[in-house]
Ligand binder design. Structure first.
Ligand code: 1CP
Length: 355
């Protein structure tokens, strides 16, 4: 019953194969900047009520695809579903972001964390994946995702969102063995979680390492990259004869792209602080690149947005292996019409780089 993929530009670009234009999707493309999202969330009650109901998660995933000619869908869920499923009690306070009822701050708490069974506590995620796949009818590929072990650990040790990372860095510097136990447990859980998403129908995977960039170069390799590499090694990379591309995104990781490329992933997400041309030279054909317009460019005029799209396309240059995206998630106060201007500009202006 699986439909053949009608638009496979995203998959092809992540594998550096030929496409007629540069594919585009946007990080956080489903979410708060869309009035239809805000309405559905109000009707459902809360963000987690959307995530845990496969029909609603599917509806939210489809919302941006109805508005814009995007080349990929991304599962509507959150990276913090894993710590929630481990029993930490995720909740959201309006305006302050995510928080946990329990934080993980010592060896006892790390040891007490259960190994995740994705078919139990997170069945709502795999159910959402199969529901979305059915609804997409092969129109565009579905991206499944997880946070990186380090990024999840920051939320678990801090007990929520943080600005200065004092608790998690305190644990990392004072009790490195405990930190490594936590990261290793998370890596094992993420492997089974992502493989369950593939089993349910995810056609590509992305790992968000939102906070890897706050580490020193040495700590980045030891505490973030090493565990992402372990995950890449453990993932299902082919299903029904199709390669399942894996993208790693470390925000602020532009200086480590060559190390990231050596993990065996297919594609690297790049934020707007790195020049794509330089990034392309650094990875030397090993991986594809995704990015990297500054999300704040969507506050500029239509002309300025188009100009920036042209600049980024020219910076990557002619040829394959570029997935257009923002350098981070779309901001919640962006006018949805500006996203349309951005996406149409990529469609129109990228063709000449593929002739
Ligand atoms: O409606 C609401 O108020 C909730 C807002 C919201 C949304 C729409 C949250 C809470 N999460 C999401 C969805 C989400 N989160 C998706 C699927 C939607 C899509 O991309 O179309 C994805 C892929 C994520 C991933 C995510 N969650 C990341 C990694 C990517 C990134 O932006 O760096 C992170 C760090 C989170 C944590 C999180 N969840 C929610 C918020 C507001 C945050 C960020 C908190 C912080 O800044 O620390």
């Amino acid at each position: 019953m699986s439909h053949p993929l009608v638009n496979d530009r995203y998959i092809k670009a992540t594998l550096q194969q030929e496409t007629d234009r540069t594919p585009i999707w946007m990080m956080r493309q489903a979410g708060r900047y869309l009035p239809e999202y805000r309405q559905l969330r109000a009707e459902a009650g809360s963000f987690m009520d959307l995530c845990t109901n496969p029909e609603l998660a599917c509806e939210v995933t489809m919302q941006p695809l109805r508005r814009y000619p995007l080349d990929a869908a991304i599962l509507f869920s959150d990276i913090l579903t894993i710590p929630d499923a481990m029993g930490l009690g995720l909740y959201f306070t309006p305006g302050e972001g995510p928080a946990f009822k329990k934080a993980v701050r010592d060896e006892k708490a790390v040891k007490a964390l259960p190994i995740l069974d994705p078919h139990q506590e997170l069945k709502y995620v795999t159910d959402a994946v199969s529901t979305i796949r059915r609804e997409l009818k092969g129109s565009v590929p579905l991206i499944g995702f997880s946070g990186s072990p380090w990024t999840l650990a920051t939320y678990m040790v801090e007990g929520g969102t943080t600005k200065n990372f004092s608790e998690v860095k305190g644990l990392m510097y004072e009790q490195p063995a405990v930190m490594h136990q936590l990261l290793d447990k998370l890596a094992d859980s993420i492997i089974v979680y992502l493989n369950a998403q593939v089993e349910a129908g995810a056609q590509a995977l992305m790992i968000f390492d939102t906070w890897g960039g706050v580490l020193t170069p040495r700590d980045y390799q030891e505490l973030s990259l090493r565990y992402m590499a372990k995950i890449v090694d453990g993932l299902t990379r082919e299903k029904d004869g199709q390669r399942i591309p894996v993208t790693l995104f470390t925000k602020g990781g532009g200086k480590w792209l060559d190390l990231m490329a050596a993990t065996g992933c297919d594609c690297l997400g790049v934020d707007w602080t790195t020049d794509l041309n330089e990034a392309r030279q650094r990875v030397a054909g090993k991986v594809a690149l995704q990015g990297n317009m500054d999300p704040s460019m969507l506050y500029a005029s239509d002309e300025r947005i188009r100009e920036e799209v042209e600049t980024i396309l020219a910076s990557y240059g002619h040829g394959n292996g570029h997935v257009f995206n923002l350098g981070h998630g779309i901001h919640q106060t962006v006018n949805p019409e500006k996203a349309g201007v951005f996406i149409n500009a990529v469609h129109e202006l990228s063709k000449k780089y593929h002739q």
